[in-house]
Write a protein that binds this ligand. Structure first.
Ligand code: GRF
Length: 206
């Protein structure tokens, strides 16, 4: 199982989803291992969290590469060096380029703090709040060449309460993320996800 489910987690910031997935693994609820954590930001607190859990965590500096394609090639190299089966984007603020997507086709997941296709991009929580929706949510999806456009694996609604500010709403969303992301990763690790065009079919547990 271990090798089948080696995860490569990409982060840019706080890394609470990374830590949550790590704890799920440590406590035996998720049959996977975090083979490597990569950050594009040297100050990402997620690097500190990763090292606290004894994970292999590296900063790869985008400024050391001439362009995005070269940076992505380096990430693909590091992921392959660590025998990664599934790339988990967890608050990674950079677009993954076409070569990267091709190298890990249907093996890159992202979590988005809104119900896609509503409110894509980097400010999904603020945009939903500003729009005035009563319900937003969480989407876990495979990554394709577009911005938050890949086939959807899991979604769950989160209510917006009157009086919510961005922080309060994001916290409510985070609680759902901590449930949904490990669940999606588990389905992948158990070989239960089938991508059929835009749809992802989830096979029953044996
Ligand atoms: C999450 O809300 C996720 O949906 C979005 O970025 C945030 C990352 O949070 N893509 P954290 O770094 O895991 O705490």
């Amino acid at each position: 199982m271990g090798k089948l489910c080696a995860l490569g987690v990409l982060i840019s910031g706080s890394g609470t989803n990374l830590e949550n997935i790590t704890v799920e693994i440590e406590e035996g609820r998720l049959p996977a291992s975090v083979a490597v954590v990569i950050s594009d930001n040297p100050d990402a607190y997620g690097l500190v969290r990763a090292r606290k859990h004894g994970l292999n965590a590296v900063f790869v500096d985008p400024a050391s590469f001439p362009d995005r394609a070269a940076y992505d090639r380096e990430l693909v190299r590091v992921l392959n060096e660590n025998d990664v089966s599934l790339v988990v984007l967890a608050g990674y603020m950079r677009l993954v380029g076409p070569e990267f997507v091709e190298a890990f086709r249907d093996r890159i997941m992202n979590i988005h703090p809104a119900l896609l296709p509503s409110f894509p991009g980097t400010s999904g929580v603020a945009d939903a709040l500003a729009y005035g929706v009563k319900v937003t949510g969480v989407t876990v999806h495979f990554v394709d060449e577009g911005l938050d456009t890949g086939p959807i694996i899991l979604q769950e609604a989160v209510p917006v309460m009157s009086g919510d500010d961005e922080e309060v709403l994001h916290q409510r969303i985070h609680e759902v993320e901590y449930k949904l992301y490990p669940q999606a990763v588990r389905c992948f690790c158990e070989g239960r996800l089938r991508v059929e065009g835009r749809r992802v079919r989830i096979l029953e547990e044996e």
